[in-house]
Write a protein of this length. Sequence first.
Length: 284
Amino acid sequence: MIYLSHFSFPDIEQEYSFIMALKRTCYDTVYPFQILSRHGLRMLDFEPITILYGGNGSGKTTALNVIAEKLKLERDTACNRSNFFEDYTRMCDFEVQEKIPKISRIVTSDDVFDFILNLRELNEGIDRKREDLFEEYLENKYSHFQMKSLDDYEQLKKICMARSKTQSKYVRNNLADNVREHSNGESAFLYFTEKIRENGLYLLDEPENSLSPQRQQELMKFLEDSARFFGCQFIISTHSPFLLAMRGAKIYDMDEEVVDVKRWTELGGIRAYYEFFKKNEAQF
């Protein structure tokens, strides 16, 4: 499925006219101006899976944030903005092939990281409550409490429960089960499977972060199936060789002086992997 078909960015002349019109010298940066234009990026044409590949500073994350801002996509964490972000996005334009669904969103590394931290804090809170319940159980089990009024009824119920149940059953009855403890990679993968629904446009910024090679391959299959069978469109920034190898993906090489479309096997990072393993082939 293709929802977003084209997205255009201001060219060098448009940017220069805007910057000159400021007539100010108090700004250290005019970000996101002069980021994408320096690589000659004027327009992106999208397929069901489109990938932006490039090193740090190539502008791939900037491009995703600009697109998300222009389309007003949902997001969990704020992006890196500047005084000129809105000015820049106003100069951008786009065309759609189908109406962009409301569930569409951008998913960033910060979103995933915050999700992992929240899971940890939740589990730690439950663990602390469990320790409190262990102490409460022992106090109630051997208590000589006598009910003096109806206000003491709840305390009496706890004492009766403690005397009639084992410690583990007492704690389980008074405490919600722990959120399942996941590794960072499992939690990150869980986040993607929860956020990505059928029939949506999704911008993913380096989704391979926190994922092992095995998990990256699972994510690759999940994204391929979501695009092929469940009406999703993806625009992804990545360095992952597994994601770059996705079937039918259109790849923009943001490292080129003029951004160009390439096959994944032509990319500099992939060639570096290939040459390294080829050199050490005898060790496998």
